[in-house]
Design a protein around this ligand. Structure first.
Ligand SMILES: [Mn+2]
Length: 287
């Protein structure tokens, strides 16, 4: 099984890139990971696990695979420095947008979201970003680089994009200080979700939304294969319900699922990530 490399999501022949409605961009980016390494293997692990899913969605009573999914060949970052790799990621996202399709990027480390969001923002200037994560990712820079995975949402603020963060439970004093300066950021904390006292400011969403999901938003009991597993995370159904509600209220025009760090024996984590990607496509196009 290990040797089997799946190149098409769900192992169903990839839809013609000219007629697809969603293009999956495998982005095995890994430059600034600071704790557990391995995110470069995330996209392939997701594709491999996706071959084991049923394509029927019992909740939506349809097969989201029929939407038209094209899986692009994985981005090849060999020989690139971090900045060049991010540019290449943004270019790939732009190419998908120019074909009128939804780009769905599979990470890889979270820093890839910045160029992806910049590209989508170029097409949809009214964009709002919803960031589902354990971490605020609002540091101005981390370990000497503003391109870090730990600074990704700060770059979104720099772009002037309204931001809604959900599931946060790891936040630095530096980020608290930044938040007090009054940036266009709303945060729904994980403890509020867990205790049923969260009020999600849905009115912040504009017509077009980009959703970035760091898999460490999900509780480590369900999603152990991440670089920084934080206790007290969201459940599978909480994440699905959030996304379903986002799709009900706005048009999702770009998304990414990042930070899978495949670990030996943790098949459930790869499979969760693959199934999450498939559920996102279903909610986006079939409900
Ligand atoms: Mn995170």
């Amino acid at each position: 099984m290990d040797e089997q490399l799946i190149t098409d999501f769900a192992d169903v022949p990839s839809c013609d890139p000219a007629t697809a409605r969603v293009t999956i961009i495998p982005a095995p980016l890994e430059y600034t990971v600071c704790y557990m390494k391995g995110t470069q293997h995330g996209p392939q692990a997701i594709l491999n696990a996706s071959s084991q899913m049923e394509t029927y969605d019992e909740e939506l009573d349809c097969e989201p695979i029929d939407v038209g999914i094209h899986t692009r060949p994985a981005l090849d970052y060999r020989g690139m420095d971090h900045a060049s790799a991010l540019r290449a990621t943004g270019d790939a996202v732009r190419e998908v947008l120019q074909r009128g399709q939804l780009p769905l990027t599979l990470g890889g480390e979270h820093s890839l979201s910045a160029p992806a969001i910049a590209a989508v923002h170029g097409h949809y200037p009214d964009l709002t970003v919803v960031h589902i994560d354990a971490h605020g990712d609002l540091r101005d820079e981390y370990e000497g680089t503003p391109l870090s995975h730990a600074s990704i949402e700060r770059r979104v603020v720099d772009m002037g994009i309204p931001l809604l963060e959900i599931g946060i439970r790891s936040f630095s004093p530096e980020e608290v200080a930044f938040l007090r300066t009054g940036p266009d950021v709303a945060i729904v904390w994980a403890y509020q979700m867990a205790r049923g006292i969260a009020t999600i400011p849905w009115e912040r969403l504009s017509k077009h939304t980009y959703v970035t999901i760091d898999l460490d938003a999900i509780d480590p009991s369900e999603m152990p294969a991440v670089g920084t597993p934080e206790p007290g995370g969201l459940s599978w159904y909480q994440v699905l319900d959030l996304f379903r509600e986002i799709c009900r209220r706005t048009t999702v025009v770009g998304m990414d699922v990042v930070e899978l760090c495949p670990m030996p024996g943790q098949t459930r984590a790869d499979f969760l990530a693959a199934k999450l990607v498939y559920k996102l496509i279903g909610y986006r196009f079939c409900s």
